[in-house]
Write a protein that binds this ligand. Structure first.
Ligand SMILES: Cc1cc2nc3c(=O)[nH]c(=O)nc-3n(C[C@H](O)[C@H](O)[C@H](O)COP(=O)(O)OP(=O)(O)OC[C@H]3O[C@@H](n4cnc5c(N)ncnc54)[C@H](O)[C@@H]3O)c2cc1C
Length: 406
């Protein structure tokens, strides 16, 4: 059995763990900092973020973008200092050049997530952080001096211990090992569910919409009551609705059964206005095929699916449409309702909603209330965020906060 002694050990070489290690090592050059990572390399998930472009933060980040019991206070305090500008300063000081879009989303100018990982690796190397991959952590014991961690025939004695093991699943949908560590240390965690995922729906029509992208207002409802609504581009797949606006509804849809997603392609119009518009277009396309009333409005396959969803014969002439058929079309255009089915799995989700209860930690220092000198950061905590760079912002901010103050 090999033995080693270090000042601080970070379990998990994701974004929170890497930046925590860099800042801790930078702050105190004499302290040995070690990362123990289960996978064969650190930062693997980072490479797939933002569709490979890595949306590393959002300039408009505020507590409104975050979810988790008690997170508002924690975020407000944390972002007084560890806000997007502070995080970007760290990256800039280590060579990363970034640019933001009109929604405040920040990307490396290379539009290549590898650039962000390169910078983190460079900073880890420069600050002599020791990294061990393929680690199978078997035991963690509290000692008088700190902690003893057993892994791969090795015992490491460490004064400080940081848990940065992320969500329940890795980016490929395999169990990450995060829960093993949380259970080993007896932390209470909330129920875990997938978030930022497509929403699967029950519909005979949805397959006809596959590949269509359309701007819309989307509203998630349960028992007729609105849970949340968003505007954005909806992407239709074979059996699901997708796109950023849908991702932002998914954390609610994945927690409960029998919801409805209403899609409004013309959200600025009332039902009566849509009905009158259809009447006018029927006059305009008098005696033409029914699908012609959607010329200049929708793509042909979307028009066809709308007609089919109203069970109207698609060969019908506009002149033969009944009032009830026009009402049915107006209803779908006003609000097209899709029933949700199976909850999304973690495989298609970007983050885990839920994690270690926030009342297990001090909300200012992230130190565990149960174990002194132990800290929990990043997605392992019961905090998840909307789509748009807010999740990485939190991983980096919590990592830097703990790293700078170890
Ligand atoms: C496809 C995809 C795209 C995304 N795009 C964005 C985006 O553009 N912007 C954004 O803000 N967020 C995005 N996210 C979310 C973001 O990646 C996460 O919120 C963030 O990675 C969380 O960082 P973390 O360090 O807490 O956890 P992770 O990055 O998950 O890191 C945890 C690390 O701990 C390791 N680990 C787990 N268990 C153990 C164990 N037992 N022993 C040792 N090591 C262990 C894991 O292998 C992993 O390396 C995306 C996520 C996905 C999946």
């Amino acid at each position: 059995m090999k033995e080693k002694k270090v000042y601080a050990t970070i379990i998990g070489g994701g974004e929170a763990g890497m930046i925590c290690a860099c800042t801790a090592a930078e702050k105190s050059k004499d302290n040995k900092i070690l990362i123990l990572e289960k996978a064969d390399r650190i930062g693997k998930k980072l490479l797939v973020t933002g569709n490979g472009k890595c949306n590393l933060t959002n300039l408009n980040s505020s507590s409104n973008n975050y979810h988790g019991k008690g997170c508002e206070n924690l975020i407000n305090i944390l972002y007084q200092k560890y806000n997007p500008q502070y995080i970007l300063k760290f990256f800039e000081n280590n060579g990363l050049i970034t640019a933001s879009d009109i929604k405040g989303r920040v990307y490396p100018i290379s539009k290549y997530a590898g650039s962000v990982l390169d910078v983190l690796r460079y900073a880890l190397n420069k600050n002599h952080v020791e990294i061990e991959c393929d680690c199978n952590i078997e035991r963690i014991n509290k000692t008088k001096w700190g902690f003893e961690i057993n892994y791969n025939d090795t015992i490491v004695k460490t004064k400080k211990l940081i848990i940065a093991t992320g969500g329940k699943f890795d980016y490929k949908g395999a169990e990450s090992g995060s829960c093993d560590i949380i259970n080993m240390l007896n932390f209470k965690k909330t129920q875990l569910s997938p978030a930022l995922s497509p929403i699967y729906v029950k519909s005979n029509i949805i397959h006809q919409l596959k590949g269509i992208r359309m701007s819309a207002k989307v509203t998630l409802k349960k028992d007729g009551k609105e849970i949340k609504s968003e505007y954005g581009e909806v992407q239709f797949t074979n059996n699901a609705l997708s796109g950023i606006c849908i991702f932002n509804l998914s954390r609610y849809a994945n927690k409960t059964d029998d919801c409805i997603v209403s899609v409004q392609f013309l959200p600025e119009m009332s039902y009566n206005e849509i009905f009158s518009m259809l009447k006018n277009r029927i006059k305009l396309f008098n005696k033409d095929n029914i699908s012609d009333i959607f010329i200049g409005m929708f793509r042909k396959n979307l028009a066809k699916a709308i007609i089919n969803s109203c069970k109207i014969n698609e060969n019908k002439n506009t002149a033969d449409l009944t009032d009830n058929e026009i009402k049915a079309l107006a209803k779908v255009l006003y609000s097209w309702d899709f029933k949700t089915t199976v909850k999304s799995d973690f495989k298609n989700a970007q983050v885990t909603a839920g994690g270690v209860y926030l009342n297990e930690i001090d909300k200012i220092t992230f130190e565990s209330k149960k174990h002194k000198d132990l800290y929990i950061i990043g997605e392992a905590l019961d905090i998840d965020a909307d789509c748009g760079g807010y999740n990485l912002q939190f991983a980096f901010a919590s990592g830097m906060k703990v790293g700078e103050n170890l």
